[in-house]
Design a protein around this ligand. Sequence first.
Ligand code: FEO
Ligand code: CA
Ligand code: CA
Length: 724
Amino acid sequence: MKGSLHPKNNVTINPSGNESIRDVIERVSMSRRRFILTAASTSVLTVMGEVSIGGFLHSVEAAPIPPGPGFGGIGFKSVPPNLNNPATGLLEKDLVSVPEGYKVEVLVAWGDPIMPGAPNWRSDASQDAAAQEKQFGMHTDGMHYFPLKERSLFRRKQTSNRGLLCVNHEYTHEEILHPDGLTFIPATETAPQFGLPGSQVTIEKVRKSQAAHGVSVVEIFKTGNGWKVNRNSSYGRRITANTEMYISGPAAGDVLLKSKKFSLTPNGSIDTGTLNDGYTAYGTLNNCAHGYTPWGTYLTCEENWNGYFANPTEDVVSIPGVEKSDILTLQKRYGISKTGFGYRWHEVDPRFDASTNPLEPHLFGWVVEIDPYNPQSTPLKRTALGRFKHESAQVVVDDNNYVAFYMGDDERNEYIYKFVCARPLNPFNRAANSDMLDHGVLYVAKFKDDGTGEWLPLVYGQGGLTPENGFRSQAEVLVKTRQAADRVGATMMDRPEWVAVRPRIGGYQEIEVYCTLTNNNRRGATPASSNNPDGTTSAGSARPPVDAANPRPDNRYGHIIRWRENGRTVQATTFTWDLFVECGDKLASEPNLVGNINGDDFGAPDGLWFDDFGRLWIQTDQAGDGLGDWKNIGSNVMMCADPNTKQIRRFLTSPMNCEVTGVISTPDGKTMFVNIQHPGEDAVASNPTKFSNWPHSQGYGPSGRPRSSTIVITRKDGGIIGGL
Ligand code: FEO
Ligand code: CA
Ligand code: CA
C-alpha cells in the first residue's frame, strides 16, 4: 500500500518507495510536524523511525470494523475465555493464548541473565542477592521500548529491530523467591501463614528480595528466529531497592527528606550516625506502571511502597525541626502499619523501620526518571509530580508543544492528577529538556456530576494550602500530596490505575485521556464518610457515597473513565468527561453495563494503552482463578477496544493465578511485548508449582517454579498487531 494517502488525514502525505515516518516529518509543514509528534503514542519522539506509512495504511484500511476517526480497526477474532475447570479447581489452560494467526513466545523471565557476568537462573531458587542483582527482576509490570541505533533526538532509524526494554518489577513473592519461603503472621492472624516450618527472615533473604525489585533495562534484538535478549549488553542494567538516586524538584533538600544515612552492605545496613542531605535517596520500590518522556527517558512509578515499611511501636523518634504528630499523620494517610505487608525487611534492615527512621518513607512515593541510553546515569526522583501511590504517568504534548503527565493514585478513594510542565518542549535539543519535570504545576481532578470537571492546582498558598493548615512550603505540599488534595476538595475515585492517551490521528484532534478505575468495595456503604479535609484519614478507610464518575456501590468489576481537555490544550483547567465503559459479567448479574453492550466481558481493568493506530488495549488484574465473581470471565485477559463504538474483543487469556500487566509495541506495530505477572500466585514454598508451572508449561526454561515474564506477540503473516 505504499504511496497511498492516509484515508482519514486531511494533510497530504505522499510517501514514495520506502519512505519512513521520519522522512515525512522532515519535510512536512510545522503544523503537520506537531500533529505527528502528538499522535505517536508509542514513544513520541524517541521511537520515530521505522513506522512505515504503508504499514499504517494497511492496518487502517483493511480493518473489518469500519474505522471511525482516529481508529484503525480491529482485525482478529476473540479468543475464548480461559475458564476454571471444576474437576481440577484450576483453569483449563496454564498457557497464554492469543487469536488464530498470532504467535506467542517468552522473551525473558524472572532470573534470566541480562548483563555481563550474570549467572543463568536456577529453578531451585538457591541463588543469592549478588546473582539477582544481575538478573531480570521478579513480578514484571509497566514497560516501554526505547529504540537503539541512534542517540540524538531527531536522528533515529531502524527502531523496530533492536531496542532497550525498560521493565518494572513491582513486587516479590517470597514463597517463590526463596527455597524455604518466609514465615509471616498477618496482623489479623495468630499462626504463621507462609513459609516452610522454621523459615525466618535474614538479611540475605531481604537483600535478594530488594535486588528482585526495581527496574531492568534489557537490550533485545530481532533475529530470523524471533526476538532475543543480549545477555552481555553494556546497556543491561538493574536498578533495585538499594540503587543510589538523586532527588530533584521543589521538595529536594527539605528537612522532611533528611532521613538517617546508612551504609548499605550485603550483610546489613549500618547506621553512619549522619543524615542524608535531602537530595539523595536509595532505591525505588513497588514499581507498578510507568511512563516515558518525549526526550527519551523512562519513568517508573512507586506504588505500594508503604508495605515495605513497618512501625512496630506506632510511634516515632524525635526529629529536630519536624513535629512528631505531623509524621504520624503522614504515615496513617499513606498506609504505614505496625507490620507492613509481610516482607519483614524492617526486622533486619533498620532503614525500613518507620519508627526509628521515620523520614525514610518520605523518600518513596515519587515518579523516578531513568535514562536508559546512559547506563552510568543516576535515576532522579522528580518531586514536582507529587507523592502518592503512583500507578502510571502518561505524557501528552499539545499543539503548542506544552507537555503534561497524567497520573493516578491507586488506592480506594484516592485521586487523579496531572502535572503540566512550565515551559514547552524543545524538540531540537534533548539536553534542554532535562529539567522539564522539576518545573510546573501539579493539579488534582474534580469530576462534577454534570459531566464537567476542574483541575485544582496544588500550589503553596492557594486553596487553603497554607501554614495554618500544615503546609509551610511547596515542598510540604508535595510530600503531603494526598493531604493537599483532600484540602482542595478533589473527587475520590474507585482506585485509579493506568492512564492512556488517545493518539491524535486520522483527523481526531481532541486531547482525550482514559483511566482505569479497577474496583472499590468501600463505596456506597453506610454510614458514608469522606477523606477529611485536614488530611487525617487513614489510607483507604473512607466510605464515600456513589457519584456520577463512580456510580456503582461495591464496585467489584470496575470501570473506565475518560475526559477531554477544554480548548485542546494540556494547560486547560477545565474538562468534560464521560464513562467509557462499565465492566462486569453480563451473563450473571449486570446485563445493562454502560458502554460494553455487545463486547466480551472483563473486569478489574488495570493496564491501559493506546497503540499508534488508535486501538485501546485493556489489561486486567482480578483474582486469576476463574472462581466466584469471575466464573464466566475466567482468567485475566488483555482486551482490545474501539474508542468510537466501544466494541471490545478478548485478545489474550492468561495462565493460572496471574495478572496481565505491561504492554508496548515496536514502532512498526508488528511486535507486541506483554508482561505476565505472578503466575501461580498463592503457591507456598513446599509446592511452588501448585497452581502454575508457567512459563515452563509454554515451553520456556526448566520446571521448578512459576516465573513472571515478558512475552513477545507477533503475527504469523508479519502484520500489525490488532489490525487485519
Ligand atoms: Fe500495581 Fe495498582 O496496580
Ligand atoms: Ca497496576
Ligand atoms: Ca496490578
